[in-house]
Design a protein around this ligand. Structure first.
Ligand code: NAP
Length: 514
């Protein structure tokens, strides 16, 4: 299936009439094929109108049909074969092995949501029967179920061109919930987006659903995404990207006549606390794993370990020099876009220029499109005085914070913004110290790990990939794992409904009890 640069609006595919932009082969900076054209306001209107038309029927599709639909998408993605892997690798600069892994995760995610839909638990069907004899007032019959919110706008992320993009976690969970989806393709991987979009478009047709269940729009600027979020028929937004982008979209959503939820995953530096006993006995091993995690995928993971917290004492100097020697072996890696690479270089240069910061180690230097891994070091008091030291640097850069004592480490922790993850490197002898920190760590992050780094995110019913602001715009949610479906649902109560009027979801054959 060739990449044609076409918008996918319901069942139609055509070249847009908006501004042109090109896909880029990231390792060379060369253009990849013909131009893509953005959607016009009429295209946006058409996609939203179709999604609204499709919504009522789609949200009531029998659960087994909706599950089959998600499985069809997975099969169609696999059927794209090497073409998808080659294109995604070319557009992102990520190695093919990484893209293959991501494809497996994307397909697995769709299948996990299919089984979640079949089970039907997400509907939260609750029956609280009437009690006419209750004194002093008779009790009404109450039933509750979750219903789909409505059409969802999804903004794919640049760093996961499959697993967090067109058919990624946001789309899979919204479709599973019964919401039509309109994706605003990320401009860094438009060809990949089109291929995956066609896989979804075909699955919609093969399932016999209304075509508006899915559309894919391109844009050379920001207008298409902003128009989608402002449209009153769009009822929720899924986003992964920069804090600036997430806040801009959340701002538009909150100013609408009917404000809507924006689930934006934005910025996190994922602190790692290395406790004294672990540092002394396993410093070298921890340093090796830390640098491995930091440099994975050119450091372009939202769960990248960007801050290492340690208390001055035995093993600290050895740890820092071990980490410096491991980072010295790190190859320069192609970054996702020229803009992300420039931002990385600008932010690392700014960090280096600070009088309170020293460069503890660096990886190999690279070309203009490659990022050079870097490890900085500073003190706890410097971090407390300079909030800029806590800003996310997207790429393979991390800051070791040497705290004068445990109380200072706790002060630094208390000063941090909300995080996706916090990781503890600890031995049994560190348990009491860790126990003391746990209550504040629970308030700080969505996931707390022991003796691991956060860059692997398991897709599981028990996963939380979310956290207090600015890790996400709504810390009550997760964008990975089956719990993600609840972002796109809303409870409705049915009081004293006669059987004939009661929604079929409550019938036994639909997973209910009547
Ligand atoms: P981005 O610039 O925020 O873009 C994400 C998506 O939102 C893109 O589709 C973009 O459109 C759109 N967008 C951005 N700002 C917008 C606005 N004001 N109005 C409407 N649409 C808007 O993120 P990115 O390009 O993926 O990466 C840039 C930075 O984001 C990185 O350097 C990093 O700091 C951060 N990032 C964080 C994570 C994370 O997981 N926390 C992941 C990836 C990136 P275009 O496609 O037209 O640009």
């Amino acid at each position: 299936m060739a990449v044609k640069g076409e918008l996918l609006i319901g069942e139609a595919s055509f070249i847009g009439k908006g501004k042109a932009f090109f896909a880029v082969e990231q390792t060379t900076g060369n253009r990849l094929g013909a131009a893509f054209h953005g959607a016009t306001p009429d295209d946006v209107e058409r996609a939203v109108a179709l999604s609204w038309e499709a919504f009522q029927a789609y949200r009531e599709t029998p659960l087994h049909e909706r599950a089959l639909f998600l499985e069809r998408i997975a099969l169609n993605i696999l059927a794209l074969g090497d073409e998808l892997v080659d294109r995604a690798s070319a557009e992102t600069g990520l190695p093919k092995s990484r893209i293959e892994g991501e494809r497996a995760r994307t397909v697995g995610q769709l299948r996990l949501f299919a089984s979640e839909v079949r089970e039907g638990r997400f509907q939260e069907l609750r029956l609280d029967p009437a009690d006419p004899s209750r004194i002093p007032f008779p009790k009404p019959d109450l039933k509750l179920r979750n219903i789909a919110l409505g059409p969802v706008a999804v903004f794919g992320s640049s760093n996961f061109p499959l697993a967090f993009s067109v058919a990624g976690g946001d789309t899979a969970s919204a479709l599973a919930a019964g919401c039509p989806v309109i994706v605003k393709a990320h401009s860094a991987h438009p060809g990949t987006s089109e291929l995956v979009g066609r896989a979804i478009q075909r699955a919609v047709a093969d399932s016999g659903f209304a075509p508006g269940v899915f559309s894919l729009l391109f844009d050379a600027g920001l207008e298409v995404g902003q128009a989608l979020v402002a449209d009153d028929r769009i009822r929720a937004v899924g986003f992964t990207g920069s804090r600036r982008g997430g806040l801009a979209l959340a701002g538009i959503a909150s100013k609408r006549k009917q404000p809507i939820p924006v689930y934006a995953e934005m910025s996190s530096i994922n602190p790692v606390i290395i406790f004294p006993s672990a540092l002394e006995s396993r410093g070298d091993e921890i340093a090796k794993d830390f640098i491995g995690s930091l440099t994975l995928g050119a450091g372009q993971f939202c769960t990248n370990p960007g801050l290492i917290l340690i208390v001055e004492g035995r093993g600290v100097d050895k740890f820092v020099s071990a980490a410096a020697s491991y980072i010295a072996e790190a190859a320069a890696q192609t970054m996702l876009t020229a803009g992300i690479c420039d931002a990385f270089k600008g932010q690392t240069a700014k960090m280096e220029a600070k009088s309170t910061v020293t460069v503890a180690g660096r990886g190999f230097a690279g070309t203009t499109l490659e990022g050079q891994a870097v490890l900085f070091s500073t003190t706890g008091s410097a971090v407390l005085e300079d909030p800029e030291l806590q800003e996310e640097i997207f790429g393979a850069a991390s800051l070791v914070v040497r705290c004068a004592h445990q109380a200072e480490l706790e002060q630094v922790l208390a000063s941090l913004e909300g995080q996706l993850t916090v990781a503890l490197q600890m031995n049994e002898a560190d348990t009491e110290l860790a126990q003391g920190l746990l209550p504040s760590l629970e308030l700080l992050a969505g996931r707390i790990l022991v003796n691991n780094f956060a860059t692997g995110v398991e897709v599981s019913p028990a996963m939380v990939h979310g956290g207090p602001f600015p890790a996400t715009s709504d810390g009550r949610s997760t964008s990975v794992g089956t719990l993600a479906i609840y972002r796109f649902l809303r409870p409705v109560c049915y009081q004293d409904f006669p059987a004939a009027l009661t929604p079929s979801a409550f019938r036994l054959d639909r997973g209910g009890s009547e």
